[in-house]
Design a protein around this ligand. Structure first.
Ligand SMILES: C[S@@+](CC[C@H](N)C(=O)[O-])C[C@H]1O[C@@H](n2cnc3c(N)ncnc32)[C@H](O)[C@@H]1O
Length: 473
């Protein structure tokens, strides 16, 4: 059966089609058509003799949406597809031109099934949408990009392998999200929709765009799971939230001896912790105090190495810090700014002193979460192995490593930069390490840290449904 082109205006939607689609999925379908128009030729719409769409009803609706969409709307939706963002500017323009041209004369590839009986027609409509196969999760996970799968409309989190004791992947993952905010796995993926949505909610609340240190980030690389904002790095608020929820004590005291922006203090105070941050730059500390006015958070302007001057021994419940990553982002020209040291050794000595004393402030049987990312020696190109040096400092001071999580960052401008890096065979780094240390007796964790459960209002405020929140050991 050969496909022929039919004017979109002639095609009639099938009102009695039993398939439905959510608004969210419909928009995904539109984006999927926009970014890959060849698919329309490969999978024509099936019409009966009255031009009623028996197969491809949703695609036709998608095309009807596109035909009335403005250029800006088309561009906006294309931008949401990672495949489009990876195209060159020229290729992007070609795709937009294709759709603008198509809108002028919207033709659709169709085949006619005009000799079906009424029963055959119904049989076709249902069978056209039934999938008999199931997905091989290993192949999908190993050979396909998760973001692309999401862009293509697959519910990666909800894909049910079909054989997990009847519980279903959807339920399992759904309840993990409900319970822990993000799944408590050693990979934290900031590219996932649930992470991005939550981050937007926090960002709107916090409203810190790094104004006090505009343009300090030298080369597009990031630290502290940063998102680039005015060329500065800002802590990821979802990261801050999970550190508080998983490793903090509600109603307890949290502190940071390299505080930076407001994010951690704001999130910690919102979640019921009282927070003290020590920050070297006056303007940053002052701005932070303005932002957290009225909250249980305070920023002290001083050198983090003086932490014991401000915070009592054994008084704190959680140490969180995302220290400077040597000279990756130079914050000031102050002689005691860790990022402003001429040698890595000098930089590490400042961190060593500050963290050694910070651990004295931490109570026994408590956690310290330190976010770090390795940096290269600018002269030799070798990694300093910063992550191991931090582990060593904590271990020496009685707080060995308890968890290590890899946080996968948004891809940002890495695809462009990596071409330059790969000339020297430097692989594009798009992760940070969240090191969680524990000071004390691990047997006491169960007694000191309550089971993680959320009230439904709590979840609703982040636009999440409350699933089964039954706690388990
Ligand atoms: C990576 S930033 C802070 C991380 C923060 N969580 C963020 O993402 O913005 C490091 C901060 O440490 C501060 N800093 C550098 N040396 C310091 C020192 N000796 N004592 C206290 N703060 C210092 C810098 O001014 C900077 O704001």
């Amino acid at each position: 059966m050969k496909a022929e082109k039919v004017s979109l205006g002639k095609i009639v939607l099938n009102d009695s089609n039993p398939r439905t689609i959510t608004d969210e999925k419909f928009i995904k379908l539109v984006e999927s058509i926009l970014v890959f128009p060849k698919m329309l030729e490969l999978r024509p719409v099936v019409l009966d003799e009255n031009y009623i769409a028996l197969g491809g009803n949703m695609r036709t609706r998608g095309l009807q949406w596109i035909v009335t969409a403005t250029q800006t709307q088309i561009e906006e939706h294309l931008q949401r597809q990672s495949k489009y963002r990876l195209l060159t500017e020229y290729e992007q323009q070609q795709l937009i031109n294709f759709w603008l041209e198509w809108k002028r004369n919207p033709m659709v590839y169709c085949v006619f099934a005009d000799d079906l009986t009424e029963d055959e027609r119904n049989e076709f409509i249902v069978k056209d949408n039934v999938g008999f196969g199931s997905w091989d999760m290993d192949i999908l996970a190993n050979e396909f990009d998760e973001q692309l799968l999401l862009d293509w409309g697959m519910d990666v989190w909800q894909m049910d392998g079909g054989d997990d004791n009847g519980a279903g992947g959807k339920e399992k993952h759904g309840s993990l999200l409900d319970k822990f905010v993000v799944p408590p796995f050693t990979i934290l993926d900031t590219r996932q929709g649930y992470w991005r949505e939550r981050k937007e909610v926090w960002r709107a609340l916090i409203d810190d765009n790094g104004e006090s240190r505009e343009g300090t980030l030298a080369n597009g690389e990031t630290n502290c799971m940063a998102s680039i904002n005015n060329g500065v790095s800002l802590l990821d608020p979802v990261m801050a939230e999970i550190v508080c929820r998983w490793f903090g004590i509600e109603g307890g005291k949290a502190f940071d001896c390299f505080a930076g922006d407001t994010v951690f203090g704001y999130v910690a105070a919102t979640l019921g912790h009282s927070f003290t941050g020590i920050e070297l730059r006056e303007e940053q500390a002052a701005l932070n105090n303005e932002r957290v006015a009225g909250m249980s958070a305070e920023y002290i302007c001083d050198d983090g190495q003086n932490v014991l001057k401000h915070i009592g021994k054994g008084t704190q419940d959680l140490l969180f810090s995302c220290p400077p990553y040597f000279d990756l982002e130079v914050y000031s020209d102050k002689p005691n700014d860790a990022s402003n040291q001429s040698t890595y050794k000098g930089f590490l000595e400042i961190l060593d002193k500050a963290f050694t004393d910070a651990l004295v402030c931490l109570k026994d049987d408590r956690f310290a979460a330190i976010v770090v990312g390795d940096i290269r020696d600018k002269q030799t190109g070798f990694y300093h192995d910063f992550v191991s040096d931090i582990k060593d400092i904590f271990k020496r001071n009685g707080a060995p490593l308890y968890n290590e999580m890899i946080i996968i960052e948004p891809i940002g401008t890495l695809p462009q930069r990596v071409q330059r890096y790969m000339k020297n065979r430097k692989v594009g780094k798009c992760h940070q390490n969240v090191l969680v240390f524990y000071k004390g007796d691990p047997d006491k964790i169960k007694d000191n840290y309550k089971l993680i459960e959320y009230a439904s209002e709590d979840l609703e405020s982040f636009g999440m449904d409350n699933g089964d929140s039954t706690s388990e050991d």
